[in-house]
Design a protein around this ligand. Structure first.
Ligand SMILES: [Zn+2]
Length: 246
């Protein structure tokens, strides 16, 4: 006997299965990351086909299946259409969902990660011109939620109070002179501040000004964010390459 359940969350990605079906990867409020089959959704006139696009916030009814759950009903909470229409926003949102797909464990509830994704997608929709700085912030914030926070107020290794001028990807943030040695690059305080703002949960509003007023520091901090995330997750974020820098 399969059991039915209801849950809501974001469609991370979809791929084709057979002639008419799709497999959805979802991040759900109650069940965490779930993979489910949506049957017949690629047939013309499918009732739920248009509702299960990537980035959509949906309310679903599913049945537990042996390997994959089965989607029975879908209601749209917020389609986030603009994220699919605009190429630049699509690229930015794709990086966010790729990262979430990488860090979310299947069947493990993670409401903080879901909230962060919703905040990230909302920021993109509210201010498309700042898409790239929002993505870099999202990288550090989502990675922090799953256990890899970037440290900028103290030495990431010995916790000696900062500010420190050495910035290390492998070390996890700023390092003091003793811990940093000669191999760690020194950066200006504006770069450290930019990294801090990118990683600081809850300051989406400060990011457009950072990009506008300190473009060089923000660019250096953005490259650092990508390197930091790819190193600590041991994964390359492929969709980041399609992102327009700025
Ligand atoms: Zn130290």
């Amino acid at each position: 006997m399969s059991r039915a359940y209801r849950d809501r969350g974001i469609v991370l990605r979809t791929h084709r299965l057979g002639e008419t079906d799709r497999i959805l990867t979802l991040l759900l409020q109650g069940r965490g990351k779930v993979r489910a089959v949506a049957k017949g959704v690629r047939r013309p006139g499918s009732r739920i086909g248009g509702r299960v696009e990537p980035f959509s916030h949906v309310d679903l009814e599913l049945h537990e299946g042996r390997s994959l759950d089965i989607v029975r009903q879908v209601e749209t909470i917020d389609a986030h259409d603009s994220l699919r229409v605009d190429d630049r926003l699509h690229a930015a949102a794709s990086v966010m969902v790729e990262l979430v797909d990488v860090v979310a464990a299947e069947g493990q509830r993670d409401q903080a990660l879901l909230r962060q994704l919703q905040a990230g997608l909302a920021a993109l929709e509210a201010d498309p011109d700042s898409a790239s700085v929002f993505v870099d912030a999202f990288l550090l914030r989502a990675t922090s939620i799953v256990g890899f926070p970037v440290l900028t107020g103290a030495c990431a290794r010995c916790r000696a109070p900062g500010p420190h001028a050495r910035l290390s990807v492998v070390g996890g943030g700023t390092l003091c002179d003793d811990c940093g040695g000669d191999g760690t690059r020194q950066v200006g305080s504006d770069v450290i501040e930019a990294v801090r703002l990118l990683g600081d949960d809850g300051s989406w509003q400060a990011l457009p000004a950072l990009a506008r007023e300190h473009p060089e520091a923000r660019a250096t901090a953005g490259s650092y964010a990508r390197a930091f995330v790819e190193h600590h997750l041991d994964r390359r974020l492929r969709s980041y390459d399609a992102l327009e820098r700025g």
